[in-house]
Ligand binder design. Sequence first.
Ligand SMILES: Cc1cc2nc3c(=O)[nH]c(=O)nc-3n(C[C@H](O)[C@H](O)[C@H](O)COP(=O)(O)OP(=O)(O)OC[C@H]3O[C@@H](n4cnc5c(N)ncnc54)[C@H](O)[C@@H]3O)c2cc1C
Length: 457
Amino acid sequence: LEDALGASNVSTDPLDRVVYARDALPRELLAIRNGILSYQPEVVVWPVSTEQVAEVLAIARKTHTPVTPVSASSGVCGGAIPLKGGIVMDLKRMNQWHAIDTTSHRVTVGPGVIGQDYEETLNRHGLTGGHFPSSMYCSSVGGWINTRAAGQLSTQYGKIEDMVAGLEAVLADGTVIHTLDTPRQAAGPDFNQILTGSEGTLGIITRATLRVFPYPEHRLFESWLFPDVAAGLEGIRQLMVRGARPAVCRLYDEMDTMLTMGALGHPVEGVLVMLVYEGDAELKAAEAAVGRKSLAASGGKPIGEEAARHWWGHRYKISYQQSNILEHAGQILDTIEVAGPWSRLMNLYTTMKEALATHAVVLAHFSHHYLDGANIYFSLVGQGTEGKEPEAYDAMWKAAMDACVAAGGAISHHHGVGSLKAPWMERSHGAGAMHLYRALKKALDPAGILNPGKMGL
Ligand SMILES: Cc1cc2nc3c(=O)[nH]c(=O)nc-3n(C[C@H](O)[C@H](O)[C@H](O)COP(=O)(O)OP(=O)(O)OC[C@H]3O[C@@H](n4cnc5c(N)ncnc54)[C@H](O)[C@@H]3O)c2cc1C
């Protein structure tokens, strides 16, 4: 590896091996707090080019060594944990900007570009990426594509899979592929979408062409109160059906509303909805007018801009409270994000909430909306026995995933699968779809060197 990459791009230092032993999966943090480090790579490598990625894979094939790709390690499902040891391949040094095409509104970048750099560079060209995960400061383009990530403004701009126009990837056998990067094509399957969300199991993404947007000239904030979750969701459903597309559309259930509005000094009963429209002023004013009619028709009452503006100002803060909670012995926490069509959404919400109620305090919001449905994002804080937190954590996840599958939800809306949700992949997708995925994996990576132990393969 040192011959291929240079000594400064290879490390067997014990500290590096410990740093790369985990990502942001809370279960692993709980185990580490109890002094248990379950997995470690033998070696960490930092390739700087597509050729070097191919050379690492050639060495791995020859020596039957597992390779776990990693970008920024902010994944919360264990996708970047080296379950079988071997090589961790960190792609952060592949953070090149290959092209910025302001005419076609697309850019080509390396997988290691971090979210903050991505957005700030685009802004200097009068553009926005439209992709704002709460982990904006600590996640990367390669990670977004591999986990099918969603940003906070996704109802308008789409998810990362909507932004992928073309990819370069190195397959396990060393083949470098380039997908066709036209706005659309109808010549067979969409090869971008086969790799997107594959979490490093089918290939290493080494370059991505992504669609970007004009920097918004105008922003509009609104907050509304509804009597209950069902009424608020119906208002949003009607807004989506009529064609309005707010960038931000967040409905908080009763408990989440109480905490959010309480923190603003306005404790209220009911359900809060926050909206932000951004873009062309004329177009967005018309969308907001349509939105208001839909929300009012479903029993909503406007309560001004404050809650929405406050959320906007603090939108990256809430996600970084993990360590405050985890430092207390016995405590467990996580977030669980699922999705369902409108016709099954309320049942999915109540079924999962009931299943989780004995395991944790449960808050929920609905923050990514579609013509045909929405996501549910549960925030959970529970109390286990000191030293036995991972067991309590596993029981909470089992209750959540079993309930989700039974109620016809998707086991992940945007965090991915990793090792955490792997046991539910087959029940969620069905045996036929998993047969297709396993056959693809076997054909492309017969020795199973790419990210083994993940995705239920
Ligand atoms: C505070 C916080 C807030 C978050 N908020 C959001 C949010 O709003 N929306 C959201 O979608 N997610 C969110 N996440 C989850 C996480 O940030 C995303 O899953 C993100 O996409 C992971 O990016 P990463 O660069 O850290 O990837 P990593 O964790 O390094 O890797 C993720 C997966 O992709 C694989 N991989 C990485 N790079 C490559 C590559 N180049 N080729 C092949 N495989 C690769 C890895 O093996 C792994 O399976 C949040 C996480 C945290 C900690």
